[in-house]
Design a protein around this ligand. Structure first.
Ligand code: FAD
Length: 493
């Protein structure tokens, strides 16, 4: 048997391997080795974090424990007992699903996340509002990603963000299953006896153990194509908006380091730049953002006529879906268009603009339609069948779709994650279902209007309690009688 010092060093090394893992699969593998070697039971969710802390005592990890302890001490969590016994299923391991999972775990829920993929491959970069940077620092972001928001950097690649949140989730006892796709909810059976199942999920592959997990709360965090039934969507139809994202290899040379980023806000007002771009290249843009991250990431909104003139779009159609369909887009011309815009935008200072390779082994460029953006009418509802109530909620893009060039997806997504956790807390405490739904809808009405300016600047005080984040909160602008229909119609369906 190894000496105590040796055991400490070995445990510390296993934990470092987990912290440093750079892929989703690698992280899950390192975590499983860590648990096995240290004889920790990840299914013992309410004791897992404290057992892990007892097992990993090296100085290297002290700062992380201090941060996580500080977070866990928020009164709202009631020492991890606020939601004891509540079982939650989260659909989707994107940034918002994972961020919600962390809050629910801190509240003491049993949390299971299912994610249909097993890779985090999105190079695209999210803009972080100051409060999100503060929030992620408080979860130990720097430990997981040393370069996190160094200096004036206020953005992060989606995959890097997912990776760090995945690690925090695992540390806090969240159960994560990859390669599991949610299909639909399964109602509790009519015949009820002592060990009858409650609400469950139909998943693919159907034989996986998660299909036997009974839950009281389900959170839809599966992105813009939300699969949970019962939520109608509002459509915001603006003028035609075609966004292009492009990622180029960052070789981290001195020349590349010198090139200035383009923040969207600054460029919206710079008409001269866009006129010169059009004159010199024929490229006509409404905005462009450039962030230097793991890749050189560009997102721009292009005018249709210039895409037609430059041969990117082959034929002009009125329906946007047909206009941007694969067989109407010349991929080579799209690659050149985005490269030329990136080159001009950075004043030809990036030494080589070689496309990074995406998940499909192709150059990482994509074109998306933002003419219609969706938001869910409601943030939550309650289903009831054969005596079993289920709280159903949406977060992230499933709730409110962001306009990428403004990068609001993660900032508003995290606010909704906190608001949802607050609702789950009320639910677990036995508050009246109609009251908590009414409160949730009242808070949801604020979300589309939130900006960096109108949310509270006192980040240190932020908790899942909405009053700590929204200065002029009116949590009762939607009245319980206004949500009653939602409860009944769904319960009766
Ligand atoms: P997502 O990040 O979309 O995560 C949803 C997760 O759910 C995914 O991991 C998905 O695999 C999983 N999932 C989906 N269906 C199921 C199912 N049935 N069962 C189980 N799991 C499921 N925003 C920007 O600001 N700038 C960008 O450049 C940008 N690029 C993007 C590129 C792509 C391809 C996508 C999909 C989104 C992009 N976004 C971008 C949006 C941004 O990623 C989101 O706003 C942000 O990640 C928060 O989203 P989320 O966690 O709600 O959803």
């Amino acid at each position: 048997m190894a000496a105590p010092d040796e055991r400490t060093a070995q445990a510390s090394q296993l934990f470092e391997n987990f912290v440093q893992a750079s892929t989703c699969k690698g992280t899950l593998q390192a975590f499983s080795i860590l648990c096995r070697q240290l004889e920790l039971d990840p299914l013992d969710y309410s004791n897992f974090y404290s057992s892990l802390k007892t097992a990993i005592t090296s100085w290297k990890v002290k700062a992380l424990w201090t941060k996580l302890d500080k977070r866990a001490e928020h009164k709202v969590y009631n020492q991890g007992k606020a939601c004891q016994g509540t079982r939650c299923l989260i659909i989707g391991g994107g940034p918002c699903g994972l961020r919600t999972a962390i809050e629910l775990a801190l509240l003491g829920c049993k949390v299971v996340v299912i994610e249909k993929r097993d890779t985090f491959s999105r190079n695209n970069v999210l803009h972080l509002w100051p409060y999100t940077i503060h929030d992620l620092r408080g979860l130990g972001a720097k430990k997981f990603y040393g370069k996190f928001c160094a200096g004036s950097i206020d953005h992060i690649s989606i995959r890097q963000l997912q990776l760090m949140l995945l690690k925090v989730c695992l540390i806090l006892g969240v159960e994560i299953h990859v390669n599991i796709e949610f299909i639909k909810l399964v109602e509790p059976p009519e015949e009820q006896h002592e060990d009858s199942p409650g609400w469950r999920a139909e998943i693919r592959p159907s034989s996986h153990q998660v299909s036997e997990f009974d839950f009281d709360v389900v959170i839809g965090a599966d992105g813009r194509r939300n699969t949970l039934d019962g939520f109608s969507r509002k459509e915001f139809r603006g003028k035609l908006a075609i966004a292009i994202t492009a990622n180029f290899v960052n070789r981290n040379t001195t020349a590349e380091a010198k090139v200035e980023e383009i923040s969207g806000v600054a460029f919206i007002f710079n008409q001269k730049f866009f006129l010169e771009l059009r004159e010199e290249t024929g490229i006509d843009l409404e905005n462009i953002v450039y962030y230097k991250d793991h890749t050189h990431y560009f997102v721009m909104t292009a005018k249709k006529q210039s895409l037609l003139d430059k041969g990117v779009i082959i034929n002009d159609y009125i329906e946007t879906e047909r206009l941007l369909s694969n067989d109407n887009v010349n991929q080579e011309a799209l690659l050149s268009y985005a490269r030329e815009a990136a080159d001009f935008g950075t004043n030809y200072q990036l030494p080589s603009l070689d496309y990074a390779i995406n998940h499909y082994g192709q150059p990482d460029v994509a074109m998306f339609d933002f003419t219609c953006m969706y938001a869910s009418e409601n943030a939550a509802l309650i289903r009831e069948k054969h005596g079993h109530q289920l709280l159903v909620a949406l977060v992230g893009d499933s709730l409110l779709e962001p306009f990428w060039p403004m990068g609001t997806g993660c900032a508003r997504g995290f606010l909704a994650a906190f608001d949802t956790a607050w609702m789950v807390r009320g639910w677990a405490q036995g508050r009246s279902p109609l009251e908590i739904l009414a409160e949730r809808e009242s808070i949801y009405r604020l979300l589309p209007q939130t900006t960096t300016e109108n949310i509270s600047k006192n980040f240190e005080q932020y908790t899942i309690d909405p009053a700590t984040r929204y200065p002029n909160l009116n949590s009762s602008c939607v009245r319980p009688h206004q949500v009653i229909l939602c409860l009944c119609s769904v319960a009766d369906s």
